[in-house]
Design a protein. Structure first.
Length: 202
């Protein structure tokens, strides 16, 4: 579910093969200890502003309130407890990228996390992409994963089947006024980019 004012019957999904990358984020107060997050889009880590775990997950309870350091951009981001996290999915810890994922936007709002957009409309990374600025999303994914591996910060890589949406209503006036202009602008860009990416990958 998108967890926005877009209703589920306005969305069409298809299944496609993908990967689930496990990334190791060093703790700020103990760099030799890592929190492993699982993601299907590793390049969006550059826009992370938090990491979420389920409040009842004993594995991570002691880490809530601490911070991890985001590789490449050296950003310190908090570890928060959020009921929406599925402890059984991946590592049980999920990166929060409010500028590039609807569910993460909602999580970010709940925990007052900043929104960082890393992509231009043409799919290339902007100045928030750090050392990858100006490069395409596809190129960054390959380079970033390879560099994480060299740094010892890449864990397991799983083959998965994931659902991606094919269509979302274009009438943005249907969105709830609870969502601000930044979110509506982001959704418009996201829809266009995801439709293009899905059509190319099928």
């Amino acid at each position: 579910m998108l967890q926005t004012a877009v209703s589920d019957d306005e969305i069409e999904y298809v299944q496609r093969k993908g990967k689930l990358w496990h990334l190791r984020y060093p703790l700020v107060d103990d760099p030799e200890t890592h929190l492993v997050v699982a993601t299907t889009r590793p390049e969006t880590m550059l826009g992370d502003t938090g990491v979420a775990v389920h409040p009842d997950d004993e594995r991570y309870r002691s880490l809530v309130g601490k911070k991890v350091r985001l590789p490449f951009v050296d950003r310190e981001i908090p570890i928060v407890a959020d009921d929406s996290v599925d402890p059984e999915y991946g590592s049980g810890a999920v990166k929060i990228t409010p500028g590039h994922d609807p569910a993460d936007y909602e999580r970010g709002q709940r925990h007052s996390l900043p929104i960082i957009n890393i992509l231009e409309k043409d799919g290339k990374l902007n100045e928030n992409g750090g050392p990858f600025a100006g490069k395409s999303r596809e190129a960054v994914r390959k380079e970033l994963v390879a560099q994480l591996d060299e740094m010892g910060l890449l864990g397991e890589v799983e083959d998965i089947v994931q659902q991606v949406f094919m269509r979302v209503v274009r009438d943005l006036d249907r969105f709830s006024v609870d969502h601000d202009a930044r979110f509506i602008s982001w959704v418009a860009t996201l829809v266009e980019r995801e439709l293009a990416n899905t059509a190319r990958d099928l």
